[in-house]
Design a protein around this ligand. Structure first.
Ligand code: FAD
Ligand code: MG
Length: 340
């Protein structure tokens, strides 16, 4: 499995060698690189936290807190664990802020399409019938998710409704990892949770890190561009890793909640740069659904947040929001930077 965003540190000399760990969590590859005296202990603690979060937040495990919450849909308030409560509240707010293009209640459709099974590019699989999509579409409505942060409980209004945190929980996990590094006294660290890259401090020589954005058309982890970043998160959503092909068409894992079908906005990847990895994760998914124009408007409504949007191979355009232009280097000259 390749990562949708990779980090390259140009020179390791000034910081010394990092402690490195690579493991599978949350159905994806997690890479930690941590520098300094407490590096190994901090990385251990992050690993334990990721394991804990996976147990609480997984849509894939019937034993998770999330699955128990989903099983109670339509039956009133359910007490939930502290982490699930926090992520549900963030997800509810992000669904509202993005006008429902990120919709945490898209789960019935996500389950129907079933394009998260870790078999990228499966061919010839039948796609769901239109009548099934139309039957499930009315269940998708984030206004039906209520979260009572004081009581520690949440509810879904109707039976059959479900929450899936696949588009936001890796961001939350990256934020938790960053908190752990900082509490452990680590001054330089990078964690990549399947395309959710969170950075602590600066890179070698006190310079910003250079974060690579995966080339959407190259399978072997080639980069299309790099971004200079420090003490923030760089999060990418794309259609090139999790998809199936049927009848000559490609169907990927990001669903447009307005149609019930995989989003066709003309984008092949959306990268968000932001201090808050949870928000960046939700926004990257939302922008992917909205497309270049409406996606850029959404980014502009958040001060201090930037985005890089890449269109598919038929147009090969790259849009970079104002605040990121000086930090962005395009590597593949077949693509052209355009004004939005
Ligand atoms: P993102 O754009 O960030 O998210 C896309 C995912 O969000 C979709 O896969 C779907 O689940 C959901 N989604 C789709 N459309 C929307 C929408 N419009 N609004 C909101 N959500 C949407 N995968 C496995 O194969 N096996 C596992 O065991 C497994 N365990 C996981 C455990 C946890 C706690 C989490 C968070 C994820 C897990 N995954 C697992 C999921 C896998 O890592 C996802 O494919 C990944 O979260 C998708 O992330 P992304 O960055 O590719 O895309
Ligand atoms: Mg996301």
């Amino acid at each position: 499995m390749s990562l949708s965003t990779r980090l390259r540190d140009v020179c390791r000399v000034a910081l010394g060698r990092p402690f490195e760990r690579r493991e599978i969590r949350m159905g994806t590859i997690v890479t930690q690189r941590v520098w300094g005296a407490n590096a190994e202990a901090a990385a251990d603690e992050v690993s334990r936290e990721l394991e804990h979060l996976e147990r609480a937040l997984s849509f894939h495990s019937p034993e998770s807190d999330l699955s128990r919450f989903n099983a109670n849909a339509g039956r009133g308030w359910t007490p939930v664990s502290a982490d699930l409560l926090r992520v549900l509240e963030r997800a509810r707010a992000c669904s509202e802020l993005t006008g429902g293009s990120f919709d945490v209640t898209a789960a019935p459709l996500v389950r129907l399409w079933n394009i998260h099974g870790g078999e990228p590019g499966r061919r010839g699989r039948p796609i769901p019938p239109k009548c099934e999509i139309e039957r499930l579409l009315p269940l998708v409505d984030n206004r039906d998710l209520r979260v009572d942060v004081h009581a520690g409980s949440a509810s879904l209004a109707r039976p059959g409704q479900m929450v899936d945190l696949g588009a936001i929980a890796k961001g939350y996990a990256a934020d938790r990892a960053r908190e752990i590094y900082v509490e452990s006294g680590v001054r330089s660290a990078v964690v990549d949770i399947g395309g959710n890259v969170a950075l602590v401090g600066r890179g070698p020589g006190g310079l910003p890190w250079r974060v690579g954005i995966q080339h959407p058309a190259e399978r072997q982890g080639g980069l299309i561009a790099t971004l200079a970043a420090s003490d923030e998160s760089v999060v990418t959503s794309g259609d090139y890793e999790r998809f199936v092909e049927s009848g000559g068409a490609r169907y990927h894992h990001i669903i447009d909640p307005a149609t019930g079908y995989p989003a066709r906005s003309g984008l092949t990847s959306a990268t968000v740069v932001c201090g808050d990895s949870t928000l960046a994760d939700a926004l990257a998914t939302a922008i992917f659904v909205l497309g270049p124009e409406r996606g850029a408007q959404l980014v502009d409504s958040f001060p201090g947040i930037g985005a890089v949007l890449i269109t598919d191979e038929s147009t090969r355009r790259v849009y970079v929001t104002d605040g990121l232009r000086d930090r962005f280097t395009l590597l593949d000259k077949r693509y052209a930077i355009h004004e939005i």
